[in-house]
Design a protein around this ligand. Structure first.
Ligand code: NAD
Length: 477
């Protein structure tokens, strides 16, 4: 039987990923007595904020881009480097140092806000009680709270006939710790994660094959952007095989044999390293005791209403645990803050229609609002402008001319309905579009907004100018 303590909190947050972390800090800022429970900490007992892997991906992608650029791009700048060497241990250490620094900052923030930080495995017992099993002693205790926020995130899906050993066959998280560049790498799944990992490892020199079950590449994207992305990635040397459903991967003496099926039949592919990046599922196994009666759907997502309320009074769920909005760190953070405010009596609803998405490849892909295909399917009358990045003079100076900006506006009201970008720094460019949609801007508003020259942002401006039929596009002159 667990000990029942007198510890009583206003808010207990389970999970310190981006959503849980934001929720805990905001709750404490609002004067609520808050505790945050998380079982993860590394060998040095450091806290890690990092169950999304997004920061680790950024760190490695940046290293990979530098390496690739030294080999392939620098000569045309008149810069020559002899004997370019790659030391994976230094590269991985740099990434880990960044993660550790963020972990330290997290602890600092928790301390500043007097948030109780409990290293334990948590299990919801009922709407006001959580059982915790301490990481170090294994002792079970029950703690009490008025409100409980579930924020345990998601974990990678595995495939039935593939044994992950994280030595030759890696899951997407462990793929950020591979300490030797593979010669021939297969990535199963060409979704967001698969593509970001492909961009890292192919830039570091791995011959990379992506096996994707769907016939359509990046089917959630605007199809013009996904078509452009497909061509660009192929030109970069990625071997993208669509309609290729992987059935199994078996480790032999010399290599790994992957069996996959496409419209021509069953094939065997031999590689030295495999990464499985086939999607994520919510971390809800053992999150709640059966008698708690927390309502989940058939895929394990926590049922919530539009205000992140579960079926249990005073229990909320945020981030990847629910189907409310996409599985994105920034969506989780917004929800974490929203719920803390909501508990404190402040109602700042989230606009799920205007959540930006980014794929951190090179070039990057970023979008907000609706796609052309979705708008056409709903019979909306629209007008579209496409501005190729190659017309942007800053991109010319940077030698990053690939990609395009696409703006879709309502044919009559001129209201911007969607902005889709593939191009260098698209993740930064999309912020302007998000703001435009948030303020219900028209394309004319964007066209009349002065943009600094020469900048990449002129490409967004120029797309808006096209919609206004202005003959002259600023960045062309
Ligand atoms: P995903 O669903 O985007 O992609 C998984 C892909 O694997 C799908 O295209 C699917 O068709 C394919 N697949 C599944 N089984 C297969 C099989 N047997 N053979 C071949 N292909 C198969 O999932 P993900 O890329 O793993 O990402 C997980 C979640 O995390 C997503 O919701 C994603 O949006 C999010 N994420 C976001 C970012 C970002 O914001 N930059 C980065 C990483 C992950």
């Amino acid at each position: 039987m667990p000990n029942i303590t007198n510890d009583y909190y206003d808010v207990i947050v389970i999970g310190t990923g981006p959503a849980g972390f934001a929720s805990a800090v905001r709750s404490a800022q609002l004067g609520l007595k808050t505790a945050c429970i998380n079982t993860r900490h590394d060998a040095n007992n450091k806290d890690t904020h990092l169950n999304t892997g997004d920061i680790a991906t950024m760190a490695l992608l940046d290293s990979a881009k530098k390496y690739h650029s030294l080999i392939y791009d620098c000569a045309q700048h008149g810069i020559f480097a002899n004997e370019i060497k790659l030391d994976m241990s230094i590269m991985l250490q740099r990434k880990d140092n960044i993660l550790a620094e963020i972990g330290d900052k997290m602890v600092e923030l928790f301390n500043t806000h007097k948030i109780g930080h409990i290293h334990a495995k948590a299990r919801l017992l009922n709407p006001q009680q959580v059982e915790i099993t301490a990481d170090d002693t294994g002792i079970k205790t029950v703690i009490n709270a008025k409100y409980i926020i579930l924020a345990t995130g998601s974990e990678a899906i595995t495939l039935p006939n593939i044994q992950i050993d994280n030595e030759y066959i890696f899951d997407a998280k462990a793929a950020l710790n591979i300490d030797k560049v593979p010669n021939k790498l297969a990535i199963i799944g060409a979704g967001v994660m698969g593509l970001e990992l492909a961009n890292i490892w192919s830039r570091l020199g791995a011959s990379t094959i992506l096996l994707e079950a769907q016939e359509n590449f990046l089917s959630v994207l605007d199809q013009q952007i996904s078509g452009a992305a497909f061509s660009l990635f192929q030109n970069q040397g990625l071997d993208l095989r669509l309609g290729a459903r992987v059935l199994s991967a078996k480790k032999g003496n010399k290599n790994i044999a992957i069996e996959y099926q496409d419209q021509d039949g069953t094939h065997t592919l031999k590689v030295d390293t495999v990464i499985v990046a086939c999607g994520s599922r919510p971390n809800t196994a053992n999150l709640a005791a059966p008698e708690a009666n927390l309502l989940l759907d058939q895929d394990g997502y926590v049922y919530v209403d539009d205000n992140c309320r579960t079926n249990l009074p005073g229990v909320y769920a945020v981030g990847d645990l629910t189907l409310l909005g996409p599985m994105l760190a920034h969506k989780g953070i917004e929800e974490g803050i929203f719920v803390a405010d909501f508990i404190a009596g402040i109602n700042n609803p989230i606009n799920y229609e205007i959540v930006p998405s980014v794929i951190y490849t090179e070039p990057e892909i970023a979008w907000v609002g609706q796609t052309e295909q979705a708008l056409r399917a709903s019979g909306e009358e629209i007008k579209i402008a496409i501005h190729p990045i190659k017309k942007n003079i800053r991109a010319l100076a940077m030698d990053k001319q690939e990609g395009l900006v696409k703006i879709i506006a309502h044919a009559h009201s001129d209201k911007i309905l969607g902005v889709h970008i593939i191009g260098t720094q698209a993740s930064e460019l999309i912020a302007e579009a998000v703001l435009a949609l948030e303020f219900s801007a028209s394309s004319e508003d964007l066209a009349r907004t002065i943009h600094a020259r020469p900048t990449l942002s002129e490409a967004v401006h120029d797309a808006a100018l096209i919609l206004k039929d202005r003959v002259f596009q600023q960045s062309e002159y």
